[in-house]
Design a protein around this ligand. Structure first.
Ligand code: AMP
Length: 398
């Protein structure tokens, strides 16, 4: 059984075709510059490639290019649509409406669209992509939506409420929703497998550290708390995002520099974080190289991010009254041994002991704590596409 996974943005469309019989990727690709010019790069599992620039005024032309790549190009992997059993879409914001994945219906599309106010960069693009996908593949292939937020829907009110006047929650649905849920779900499931235990019997902290970063506390098999909030800006510093800070700092800057709410939004989302502090780059590798070469602001950015990650982990240990396992994932989490060593050394009070040899690894699944460590520490490469495909399969099998 083959499942087609779609991750659409306003000008891009990432996809994978996954064979669920052995969970292998048959092909993956990316359409870029949709609405501007248009280009597709497509790769089959055996290494055959198809790349071309072709006009993509809308997502419909992008899907047409994907269909050509999968069915007719020199890197084709299927003969017809009939081989695709279902399509799974990644959706960023499901608000409090979507507690899990579900089949696409007109009502679901309308609800995703209504949630656009809370994810203006993402949900409107998802809706356009779902409609274009239905137009391209017809309505015989079931389509499923999988939300970044739904894993976090189990948080109790004490974790998701903000201490603002209650009316903002009632009237505007302002509360913590979290993000990266598909990744935290996938990685925490993997921890349970590696621990050979029921997830319900484990206290797990999953650290998704990439250009966007979030940390989640998983207790009794479900999300108990997470660092991202009303939007993915909350939590700790990321590539270009500030993470949490005193809102008064922002109202002060806005008043002093005569800035609008939109200006502040741009500063916090696009010009802050590692980029804003270091002045070098949003990319961990560039900032680390600059720090190594003696750049003090780059060193500060790295020290700040590591310290903030450590504090979040510590707060979730307190929130769960302990922790059995901590997992690192995402571009930084999977590839930065120094960051992992810093965190583990500073969790010595919990009995954490790092295996320095194992911790040298990059990008592969491995336990990096010693056998006598008080907490098991893992590196687990995330696989959001596979998680979406699994959910899609589960929904169509119901
Ligand atoms: P992601 O958003 O998950 O793709 O992660 C992107 C981040 O991972 C960037 O900041 C990269 O610099 C970082 N990253 C990727 N590979 C490495 C590496 N080998 N060492 C350190 N950081 C890395």
């Amino acid at each position: 059984m083959k499942i087609f996974v779609v991750n659409a943005g306003s000008s891009s469309l990432k996809y994978q075709l996954i064979d669920m019989d052995n969970e292998s990727v048959l092909a993956k690709g990316l359409c870029e510059r949709i609405g501007v010019t248009g280009a597709i790069s497509h790769k089959a599992a055996d290494g055959r490639e198809y790349k071309t620039e072709t006009p993509m005024p809308t997502h419909s032309e992008a899907f047409a290019a994907v269909v050509y790549a999968m069915m007719k190009s020199e890197a084709k992997v299927i003969d017809s649509f009939d081989e695709i059993s279902a399509i799974g879409h990644r959706i960023v914001q499901g608000g409090a409406i979507f507690k899990g994945s579900c089949l696409v219906t007109d009502k679901v599309i309308e609800q995703i669209s209504e949630l656009g106010a809370m994810a203006p960069l993402h949900n409107p693009a998802h809706v356009i992509a779902i409609k274009a996908c239905i137009k391209t593949f017809g309505d015989k292939i079931p389509q499923v939506v999988v939300f970044d937020t739904s894993f976090h829907q189990t948080m109790p009110p004490k974790a998701y409420m903000y201490a603002l006047p209650y009316e903002y929650y009632e009237r505007l649905a302002v509360r913590k929703y979290g993000a990266h849920g598909t990744s935290h779900h996938f990685v925490s499931d993997r921890v349970a497998v590696l621990e050979n235990k029921d997830k319900k019997d484990l206290k797990i902290i999953t650290c998704h550290l990439g250009n966007g970063c979030s940390i989640t506390a998983v207790k009794d098999g479900v999300c108990a708390d997470t660092s991202m909030g009303f939007t993915p800006l909350d939590g700790f510093m990321m590539g270009t995002r500030s993470g949490s800070l005193d809102p008064s700092a922002l109202t002060y800057i806005a008043e002093k520099d005569n800035l609008s709410a939109a200006d502040i939004n741009t500063i916090c989302n696009k010009k802050s974080g590692m980029l804003g502090v270091s002045g070098v780059s949003n990319d961990n590798r560039d900032v680390a190289a600059a720090a190594e070469a003696g750049n003090k602001r780059a060193r500060l950015a790295i020290d700040m991010q590591r310290y903030q990650i450590l504090k979040f982990i510590g707060s979730y240990i307190a929130a769960m009254n302990g922790v059995d396992a901590i997992a690192f994932t995402g571009g930084i989490g999977e590839n930065d041994p120094e960051l992992r060593e810093y965190v583990c050394e500073n969790l010595g009070y919990m009995g954490v002991k790092i295996d320095k040899e194992a911790n040298k690894c990059r990008g592969k699944e491995i336990k990096i704590s010693t056998e006598d460590s008080g907490v098991d520490i893992f590196v687990i490469p995330t696989n959001e596409e596979l998680a979406i495909a699994r959910d899609t399969l589960a929904i169509i099998s119901k």
